[in-house]
Design a protein around this ligand. Structure first.
Ligand code: ATP
Length: 532
């Protein structure tokens, strides 16, 4: 059983005085979860859990030191305790052997500063930098890890950043899922460091946008990633958490076929009967990924995470394109409320796109839940087939006998299908008679083909030569009063956000982020728009 985030101070305190064996009795029999609770613990209580008098004296000394100790440590304990989410990992059955967590077992714990050695810089975010690292376990074994260090200014860490950092720690400590990035532990040093599972292949976004000769990702693999993502998000939702920053940049590749949800800095517990989290004030949010209710009212819920899932799906199938690129953040909400939606990327089947459209239902209640999405994905799964005769006709997807073909579009009554050749990565249409579908063996890849009849020439390079076809954003109907092809500066690559914030509110540091200033709606119900 893992220590709870809010009681890590106790585990550390007891470890420091070699009394760690009393962690569970103190926590569970004496109900001590905060240092102040010891004020009510009598020597007889400690006798009752088998602690001898010399050990009690050591404990008393350690408590005095903790209370008079430097403030910098107390705030860490305080914040970690204060942010511990309500929903915790289910505890082990009562008959499971209880033992203290040992770093050897890879459990979440406090890690001594000297046990972690930082290497190459992997990247940096809003409040920290991430390095590749090596964590040396007490056994001497070294584990490759990623180390996120809190960025510290000359006057120490900023309150908000520190809060977000510790919130991320306290959330991650309670999570255990094959598709959620694992936190190994925390180093209470200067700077504070999170020691996490290393995702050696980096972010999915970086992989999607990698230039040639890196081949594009196969449609079948993208579908697998979507299923992994839906499973991880259903897990978070079941724990009453909302992620709020779902995007391909926050999905990390632990292996070529495994993604992990990462970046829990914006995660919040869902509160109240309505299962929503409403922002208390304007803070930066990833505009182009957000649901309309998040942009207008700062309201987040599992349903707004589902909206973001739809945008993440769109990113995956558009080769990492930026959603709503060229549209200034302040116009995105208007376009969404005018029912404009991101267009279907060429690689995305109609079935998957209609699933994305369901994620983008205007009313949160009309969007599917993540567990429902897992089923819907199964239904929209592309069929797998095998080429049984060479196709060389001009305009058709070239294939050779034996090539594995993923059928993106097609139906039993149409003669031309659209698919992806697993060998060449190319996408295009081909005669249905050239491919036999894999045997129906219960696997998602063998589901019936989808409706829709592609025509010759409906061919896309699939990116093998780096010539990815750009999704045409303007396929979406223009919003009322909106010009087509507005020549707006793209917001990618560190360009400044097109939205100027009201005086006193600093600009977002990130191009695709905007500040939710809509927490205080205008009387006429429209956000205050700055002049174009
Ligand atoms: P922010 O935290 O500001 O929302 P971010 O996701 O870019 O933004 P970090 O989580 O700090 O920031 O990550 C910074 C970079 O380090 C990212 O580009 C990410 O790809 C990389 N990174 C983060 N964690 C890991 C990890 N466990 N393994 C490998 N790379 C990682």
């Amino acid at each position: 059983m893992l220590p709870e985030a809010g009681s890590l101070w106790l585990l550390k305190l007891l470890r420091d005085i070699q009394l760690a064996q009393f962690y569970w009795p103190i926590l569970e029999e004496l109900n001590v979860t905060r240092p102040e609770h010891f004020d009510f613990v009598k020597p007889e209580d400690l006798d009752g859990i088998g602690m001898g008098r010399p050990a009690q004296r050591r404990l008393s000394e350690a408590l005095k030191r903790l209370r008079s100790g430097p403030k910098s440590k107390n705030w860490v304990y305080k914040i970690l305790g204060g942010f511990a989410p309500e929903h915790k990992e289910p505890t082990l059955p009562s008959d499971s052997p209880r033992h203290l967590p040992e770093p050897e077992g890879g459990l979440k714990c406090l890690i001594p500063e000297g046990a972690v050695c930082r290497g190459e810089l992997l990247g940096s975010g809003c409040f920290g930098v991430v390095h590749r690292g090596l964590w040396t376990l007490p056994s001497g074994k070294s584990v490759p890890v990623a180390v996120k260090s809190l960025r510290v200014g000359p006057e120490g860490p900023m309150g908000t950043e520190l809060g977000d950092f510790l919130r991320e720690v306290s959330v991650m400590m309670n999570l255990e899922h094959p598709h959620v990035l694992r936190l190994h532990g925390l180093v209470l040093g200067q700077p504070l460091q999170m020691v996490m599972e290393l995702a050696p292949l980096g972010s999915l976004h970086a992989r999607l946008t990698a230039p040639a000769p890196t081949p594009p990702l196969l449609v079948a693999l993208l579908c697998l990633f979507l299923r992994q993502l839906a499973g991880a998000m259903a897990y978070l939702g079941a724990r009453g958490l909302v992620h709020r920053d779902l995007a391909t940049r926050n999905l990390l590749l632990a292996s070529p076929r495994t993604i992990k949800v990462a970046d829990f800095g914006l995660v919040r517990p869902l509160g109240g009967a309505r299962g929503r989290y409403v922002m208390g004030g304007p803070r930066p949010i990833p505009y182009a990924w957000c649901a309309p209710e998040s942009l207008r009212h700062g309201a987040f819920s599992s349903a707004s995470d589902v909206w973001m899932f739809g945008v993440t799906l769109w990113e995956m199938f558009s080769g990492g394109e930026e959603p709503w690129a060229g549209v200034p953040p302040y116009l995105i909400l208007q376009r969404l409320e005018d029912r404009a939606r991101l267009p279907r990327p060429p690689l995305c089947s109609r079935a998957l796109y209609s699933l994305a459209l369901r994620c983008w239902a205007p009313h949160p209640a009309d969007r599917p839940s993540f567990s429902h999405l897992e089923g819907l994905l199964q239904e929209a799964w592309p069929s797998e087939g095998c080429c049984v005769k060479d196709v060389t006709e001009p305009g058709a997807l070239r294939m050779e006998t034996g090539d594995a073909i993923t059928v993106i579009e097609g139906s039993p009554d149409s003669t031309i299908w659209k698919g992806q050749n697993g060998r060449t990565f190319k996408v295009g249409s081909f005669p249905a008679s050239a491919v036999t579908l894999a045997d129906a063996g219960g696997l998602p890849a063998t589901r019936p083909v989808h409706r829709g009849t592609p025509t010759w020439g409906d061919q896309h390079p699939g990116g093998v030569d780096g010539d990815r076809k750009k999704a045409n954003l303007w396929d979406a109907p223009p919003a009322r009063g909106q010009r087509r092809n507005v020549p707006l500066e793209r917001m990618k690559g560190g360009a400044e956000c097109a939205w100027r914030h009201p005086p006193g509110v600093p600009d977002s540091t990130r191009s695709h982020w905007g500040r939710c200033g809509f927490c205080h709606p205008e009387p006429q119900g429209r956000p205050a728009l700055p002049p174009e």
